[in-house]
Design a protein around this ligand. Structure first.
Ligand code: SAM
Length: 288
């Protein structure tokens, strides 16, 4: 791959023109082409193991917990009593690992399109893939968009932990997908989707927000910092069927002891509230 040169991996992609983060590579642990995408696992010098799909960094050992905790706990703590959760994507297992920690969650269904991602994650990224061994998790290999068509009124929370809107994930960012999410939710259900950042993908965030607003009476957009994502930040789009949902104020909060027992390293109720506090330019552009 062009992106691997002289011991460095550079994340060159048209989604963030003119910028590319580089990680020094100690070893290529795996490289192959699955039915859906190019799959690369790297041992990096400063961020531990890294999973890269189609040239885009999905997660690294050092900072993955920020994303996995936030995309899971923002929606779960905003729902009054989440019992049945669906994860779309998430082939590394990190979101399943976090959702399984949440008190009261009884069943976790997951639909991931690419079994190769699951296999390499189990082999090289066990600190995330351990999510798959929780007995509550029921993994199905298939296309998330097709899966959603077959489900109605089943889930309290749906988390879309997809790759970026290129390749197999394109359909997961478009309006028909949000309509299917709505149908698959139980009353007062909540969705949370990976959404781009206001620094490099403001247009994409605006589009996803527009789709979400056209379907859900209550929406919010929060962010967390993840150093190895473009611009060091990632966004989360939340939608609720209940117009009374106040995403800014978590319904479920945890003591420091409880957070320690769940091994949460990023999420807390203060971080939850702060994640929705956006800079003025972003609030104005996104009309939040
Ligand atoms: N945290 C990551 C990020 O935002 O960069 C996402 C991690 S996870 C590895 C993304 C997963 O979504 C991949 O394993 C990919 O195969 C899966 N995926 C992409 N399109 C999908 C689809 N249409 N249905 C189900 N899974 C999909």
């Amino acid at each position: 791959m062009n992106a691997l040169k002289q011991g460095w991996f550079s994340e060159i992609n048209g989604l963030w023109p003119g910028i590319a983060q580089s990680l020094e590579v100690e070893k290529i642990l795996y490289e192959g082409q699955s039915e859906y995408q190019h799959v690369l696992v790297l041992q990096t010098k400063s961020y531990g193991k890294a999973l890269v799909l189609d040239g885009i960094i999905q997660c690294t050992e050092k900072d993955e917990f920020s994303y996995q905790e936030m995309i899971s706990f923002l929606p779960l703590c905003s729902h009054p009593n989440p019992k049945t959760v669906l994860i779309v994507g998430g082939g590394d297992g990190g979101v399943a690992r976090e959702v399984a920690k949440f008190p009261g969650v009884e069943k976790i269904y997951q639909v991931e399109i690419d079994n190769k991602v699951v296999e390499v994650s189990k082999q090289f990224l066990p600190f995330m893939a351990k999510g798959f061994s929780d007995p509550k998790v029921n993994l199905h290999i298939g296309d998330g968009f097709e899966f959603m068509k077959q489900h109605s009124n089943e889930f309290d929370v749906i988390i879309t932990d997809s790759s970026d809107p290129v390749g197999p994930a394109i359909s997961l960012f478009q309006e028909p997908y949000f309509a299917l999410l709505k149908k698959a939710l139980k009353p007062n259900g909540i969705v949370c989707c990976q959404a781009g950042t206001v620094w490099s993908n403001l247009d994409q965030v605006q589009d996803t927000l527009t789709h979400c607003r056209s379907i859900f009476p209550k929406v919010a957009y929060g962010v967390s910092s993840v150093p190895t994502y473009p611009t060091g930040q990632i966004g989360y789009m939340l939608g609720s069927l209940n117009p009374e949902t106040n995403f800014n104020e978590p319904l479920k909060t945890f003591s420091e002891d409880e957070l320690d027992k769940m091994e949460l390293r990023y999420y807390s109720d203060k971080i939850h509230r702060a994640s929705f506090e956006l800079p003025r330019f972003a609030k104005k552009s996104l009309k939040l």
